[in-house]
Design a protein around this ligand. Structure first.
Ligand SMILES: [Zn+2]
Length: 130
């Protein structure tokens, strides 16, 4: 895949994210890679096609962040989670909306939003409980 094709794919990812859709990449063997990369995260194939994903997944791991940064302008503390999507692939984002401590396997749905004072041109990834 050329760098031009990759840029188009990243642009597609963020264009779709702004519409509330999660786009992954699927290789010929069916592995899902998200967010976009040059090659499949499993087999390293560079033959990847965009695919719309459900945005549903399960919490694999999480940690609490206590240090605020310019690059990620959320009030602290917030919970950063690694989620395995139902179609495959892993995505990192901010976990919110849980009334109690989330568990490994807690079901979530991805949402893309611009936090206040977002300095980046792209929305950020959040996970809400399902
Ligand atoms: Zn693959």
């Amino acid at each position: 895949m050329s760098s031009t094709e990759q840029r188009v794919t990243i642009d597609l990812f963020f264009d779709q994210a702004r519409k509330g859709r999660l786009t992954g990449l699927k290789c010929d063997l069916g592995h899902i890679t998200v967010p976009p990369r040059y090659s499949c995260r499993v087999c390293l194939s560079e033959k990847l096609q965009p695919i719309e994903l459900s945005g549903r997944g399960e919490v694999v791991s999480f940690t609490e962040v206590h240090v605020k940064s310019k690059e990620f302008p959320l009030d602290v503390p917030y919970t950063l989670a690694l989620v395995t999507l139902v179609e495959g692939g892993n995505l990192m984002g901010v976990l919110r909306g849980f009334q109690s401590v989330p568990k490994h396997g807690s079901k979530v749905l991805v949402k893309f939003e611009d936090p206040p004072n977002n300095r980046e041109k792209w929305p950020r990834t959040f996970f809400d409980p399902l």
